[in-house]
Design a protein around this ligand. Structure first.
Ligand SMILES: C[S@@+](CC[C@H](N)C(=O)[O-])C[C@H]1O[C@@H](n2cnc3c(N)ncnc32)[C@H](O)[C@@H]1O
Length: 281
């Protein structure tokens, strides 16, 4: 690669978060109009409710695109074909199966039969507190023929154990697999909430992870990430760029096996570097 094309590539990597923020901002007028049209002034006057509505509207459009670009990594992960951050054709672990808890399902969901390679899923709890995402999530459940298996749980992790907050109950130690895809950037208090989820996982249960996290490579990238993060959470629904999710996951409790790394193919100038792999309890 010539020096010029290398520099152009670096430029696009660094510009990418600003392009994404521009896309989110383009949904701001539509969100305001729709809130005004429905006369929901409480949402207009509450910054957190307004942010949630804005992000839900943006993610209904951006989510499927992010899904498309993430699929080449996420699908092999859920099928048990990822080793040391590389997706391969060979099975290196079990696929997602049994009782599954998908965290921060958003407007779509990841574990369905096509994507898990027949991992015999018996039940999926899709935990998603944002009401603006529920209609799209339920539509996808119907389209995927997962009614009766996929249950959209309309609360945050914090409220999962409270039987008064939703019509169901998940026992501690009863979940075979947790799936968290690009959500720990948005979930408040990750250390506490990761600890809460760990309790639901069975011994021998697996946690499948694909998350963007804080940058570590070079001196420049962590500083650049911190600069972008001055604006990013305010425009991308509270998403934090500089989270150390890997540290919280590793420290949450004893794991029998961990295969969780940054994909080696990711360049040093990636402003949203990932962690990718599984942890087995
Ligand atoms: C960036 S979106 C990712 C959605 C989805 N996993 C995907 O890949 O398209 C992050 C999601 O986490 C959800 N979230 C935020 N706080 C949460 C909480 N306390 N418990 C569970 N999910 C939460 C948000 O509502 C949002 O839908």
């Amino acid at each position: 690669m010539s020096t010029l094309s290398h520099m152009v590539e670096i430029f696009w990597f660094l510009a990418d978060p600003f392009i994404f923020m521009g896309q989110s901002l383009s949904h701001l007028p539509g969100t305001i109009l729709s809130v005004l049209r429905t006369g929901d002034f409480a949402t207009l006057l509450s910054p957190s409710r307004f942010h949630t509505a804005w992000f839900g509207r943006f993610w209904a459009v951006a989510g499927p695109e992010v899904r498309k670009t993430s699929s080449p990594r996420v699908v092999p992960l859920l099928q048990g074909r990822v080793r040391h951050g590389v997706a391969t054709d060979q099975q290196s672990g079990p696929p997602v199966g049994g009782v599954v808890l998908e965290v921060g399902a958003g407007s779509g969901m990841w574990p369905d039969d096509d994507q898990t390679g027949g991992g015999a899923i018996t039940k999926i709890y899709g935990v998603e507190p944002n009401p603006a995402s529920h209609a799209a999530l339920r539509r996808r459940v119907r389209e995927s023929g997962l009614e009766g298996i996929y249950e959209a749980v309309p609360v945050g992790i914090e409220e999962l154990g409270h039987s008064t907050k939703w019509d169901g109950r998940i026992e501690e130690g009863s979940v075979d697999c947790i799936v968290s895809i690009l959500c720990w950037c948005s979930i408040p208090d990750p250390e506490k909430n990761i600890a809460a989820l760990y309790k639901f996982l069975k011994r021998g249960g697996r946690w499948y992870v694909y998350e963007h996290v804080k940058a570590r490579r070079t001196v420049f990238m962590p500083l650049y990430q911190r600069f972008v993060n001055l604006f990013w959470p305010r425009i991308i629904g509270g998403c934090e760029m500089c989270r150390d999710t890997e540290k919280h996951l590793r420290a949450v409790g004893p794991w029998e096996h961990i295969d969780l790394v940054q994909p080696p193919a990711e360049p040093w100038c990636h402003p949203l570097p990932h962690i990718y792999g599984t942890l087995t309890k």
